[in-house]
Design a protein around this ligand. Sequence first.
Ligand SMILES: Nc1ncnc2c1ncn2[C@@H]1O[C@H](COP(=O)(O)OP(=O)(O)OP(=O)(O)O)[C@@H](O)[C@H]1O
Ligand SMILES: Nc1ncnc2c1ncn2[C@@H]1O[C@H](COP(=O)(O)OP(=O)(O)OP(=O)(O)O)[C@@H](O)[C@H]1O
Ligand SMILES: [Mg+2]
Ligand SMILES: [Mg+2]
Lengths: 165, 165, 169, 169
Amino acid sequence: SKKRFNEVYKRINVEFRALFPKFFGGGEAFLKLSDPEDLLDSGVEIIAQPPGKTMQNLTLLSGGEKAMTALALIFAIFQFKPSPFCLLDEVDAPLDDANNHRFNAHVRLLTENSQFIIITHNKKTMEIGDAMFGVTMEEPGSSKVVSVDFERGQKLIEPPRRKGA
Amino acid sequence: SKKRFNEVYKRINVEFRALFPKFFGGGEAFLKLSDPEDLLDSGVEIIAQPPGKTMQNLTLLSGGEKAMTALALIFAIFQFKPSPFCLLDEVDAPLDDANNHRFNAHVRLLTENSQFIIITHNKKTMEIGDAMFGVTMEEPGSSKVVSVDFERGQKLIEPPRRKGA
Amino acid sequence: MRLLRLELAGFKSFPDKVSIDFIQDGVSIVVGPNGCGKSNIVDAIRWVLGEQSAKHLRGAQMEDVIFGGSTSRPAAGLAQVTLSFANPEHDSINKYSEFSEISVTRKLFRTGESLYQINKTNCRLSDIRELFMDTGIGGKGYSIIEQGKIDRIVTSSALERRALIDEAA
Amino acid sequence: MRLLRLELAGFKSFPDKVSIDFIQDGVSIVVGPNGCGKSNIVDAIRWVLGEQSAKHLRGAQMEDVIFGGSTSRPAAGLAQVTLSFANPEHDSINKYSEFSEISVTRKLFRTGESLYQINKTNCRLSDIRELFMDTGIGGKGYSIIEQGKIDRIVTSSALERRALIDEAA
Ligand SMILES: Nc1ncnc2c1ncn2[C@@H]1O[C@H](COP(=O)(O)OP(=O)(O)OP(=O)(O)O)[C@@H](O)[C@H]1O
Ligand SMILES: Nc1ncnc2c1ncn2[C@@H]1O[C@H](COP(=O)(O)OP(=O)(O)OP(=O)(O)O)[C@@H](O)[C@H]1O
Ligand SMILES: [Mg+2]
Ligand SMILES: [Mg+2]
């Protein structure tokens, strides 16, 4: 219903406004309704302004800035209404070390209410894991899953140098 | 002209066929004309089969496999006709350590005929550099470029933890 | 609701039965070389929760999710995925409140026949959708971010973004 | 032809004049935190080589390439980029063979006026295109891969891929 959407939208906006400056070390961001008169069908815009920058078209944001803005919105929704689990496939690929650190720290906070499953190649992200699964194709073309302890996990990612490497 | 396209296409295909198995430690890949009867307008298809896998639709390839297949084709074209420079913006983001290593090794080979400019967050890729430039926004919102020696470069990527990190 | 385990057989690059027991609290990390099958696991979870578009599973037609063979194995005839949840406070909708564990299953035969099950009993896709309504899982949910799609929320249209907020409403 | 130096002023996030002298042989690495301006350098090179689409430069209109200001600086009125090449064997087309260095410049004023130059002399875009014909640079060239676009060659249409081969022909 209209009333319900408006309430949820407002609550998520509060969370997003609070989380963006945490992720960017300043600046501000918020959601805006494309058509506030029409709560039933209005779209939702994102306005984001990293610290020190003027308000610009979102398309001018960098790869890492777009990813952090998107993560801030997803995590804001989770803070309002945690889903049982969150599955993230290499979302840390565009992030620099500082942003990777912020992402990792915030995931740890959200594990109070949701299980996280994170696919990554990044060693710093692996460090926030409580368990680790390795997917291998020891038999080429056929996937298997092994559960690894942390130390072995490091070895798993360095597959034996195949000929031609 | 038709004759010229056909000759170039064949030569690039030879390079691509040779490079793909090097990048994948086996398997095979080649180019195919969509319409061999019409050399003037025919499209060019890619057929790629990583080692151990059956011939499948390219869309089923993984993120890293697609990136390595694309790099194999680009580098094959460079091997046929080196362009004065090659500018790559975070192409190593989807790669695991083994593929990153292969990519780095091949770039070094191609520097014989072309200058390479590589934007990356990956420390292993930085190691193949002969010079390093750091882009900073010490004044928020305004970019500057400093040339750094290798050791300092490492520091540059770890920006001072901003508040909120 | 807590995610317990994922079981797959004959799904994409997984010819043999594979079972992953997720830890109940905290973060599970999935690692492995390029092309080993990590994103196929994400596709398996989206498929069992009701994904209808082959293209969104990176295939041309839905049959592409059935193991297509390798140089050492024949193609499979069936793809099957089961996702099990613990139902600690029995907080699910009435129909399943007496079960402490709920599992959803999806099967696809090469013949084209497909079926859904909840706790091994055949059901319709709408039953599965109903089970996860209001949880943020499945459909346009905000709980699964596929590879390379993290900035879609920022670059998508305002209406698509609204659908995300609607899921939480 | 060897890339010598890139100079930009008032272009995207670069309000002040900045000059990058590339090393003549080998690999130049560019690093820096998210959002600091690395990909803007790629956009500067594609722009000076004749890029006509604002959307391909991640903007809405071409004016978006002019420095739009920051919390501590006013917006600029002009964006200008110059790319210089060494012309060792004087291997360029006849017109420029007596120069040991060739530079191409592009300027855009907020008024909308824009101009191209080769060695500081006004010219047309077609002159710049002619200069780089058959080198793989500019246009549909294979020498610049933008962020997030590496797998486009694999996912694009067969005709787009042909354009890449045509560049090398
Ligand atoms: N139906 C199928 N039968 C057999 N193999 C398949 C099938 N569908 C996909 N594959 C294989 O799965 C592989 C891709 O797996 P996936 O995308 O999960 O890799 P990944 O581990 O995510 O890799 P990356 O780190 O590069 O993202 C491809 O090599 C493809 O050939
Ligand atoms: N005309 C302009 N005026 C001022 N700033 C601009 C202009 N155009 C783009 N920017 C700024 O440039 C920044 C993006 O820079 P860029 O994409 O080069 O970052 P990057 O270094 O590549 O980062 P990443 O590592 O995340 O990819 C944005 O924050 C944007 O606000
Ligand atoms: Mg993947
Ligand atoms: Mg960038």
